[in-house]
Design a protein around this ligand. Structure first.
Ligand code: COA
Length: 168
């Protein structure tokens, strides 16, 4: 059974556990690096701040009683445009619809907030994630984001328009 939970800053410890697992397991997928959230970087106030971004949404999925995945929606510098970030599903839970559930949860939250477009950045070559996003209606914008920590691959920016009023 897939169970979706919305997180508050009080849930920082569970978010920390999942995020550290994500950064350790899938470093190819994220702009953030594990080292940046360990040692001095691993502080309660920092995790709480991450979950306290105004107008953000943070969720996790429990699958058959086990922590299985996480994702967030956060505002961008553009009004009515939000970004889907921090998407990760634990390897043992993959291929069972958890990724779909998380994308759809962020989209539902975004729609309820009157968001016009949902954006995300995905690393070049991350085919599982690109396929997940395409299946959920995201299209490649043709634009590039940051260079990944390996200094080689670029982020591809994808977007799903939620409201016909975007761009007038
Ligand atoms: C990408 C990721 C989130 C997918 O999660 P998941 O729970 O396995 O995905 P789902 O089971 O919900 O799959 C939904 C759809 O995504 C696509 N997909 C998922 N995994 C795929 C894979 N390995 N290869 C190709 N397509 C894949 C398929 O279209 C799938 O639909 P289908 O099952 O009907 O074929 C997961 O592999 C992951 O966490 N990867 C490492 C972290 C990461 O890449 N995060 C994204 C950062 S942008």
């Amino acid at each position: 059974m897939i169970e979706l939970r919305t997180l508050t800053p009080e849930d920082w410890a569970i978010w920390r556990e999942l995020r550290l697992a994500a950064l350790a397991e899938a470093p190819y997928a994220f702009g953030s690096q594990l080292a940046g959230w360990q040692g001095e970087g691993d502080r309660e106030e920092r995790w709480r701040a991450r979950l306290s971004i105004p107008n953000s949404y943070n969720a996790l999925v429990v699958l058959d009683g086990e922590l299985a995945g996480m994702a967030s929606g956060v505002p961008t510098s553009e009004e009515n445009v939000v970004e889907l970030i921090s998407m990760w599903v634990a390897p043992a839970a993959r291929g069972r619809g958890v990724g779909d559930e998380l994308v759809q949860a962020v989209e539902r939250w975004a729609r309820q907030a009157g968001t016009e477009a949902l954006r995300l950045a995905v690393a070049e070559g991350n085919e599982a994630a690109i396929e997940l996003y395409q299946q959920n209606g995201f299209a490649d914008t043709g634009k590039f984001g940051d260079t990944m920590p390996d200094g080689v691959r670029r982020e591809h920016l994808m977007e799903k328009v939620l409201s016909a009023t975007l761009h007038g």
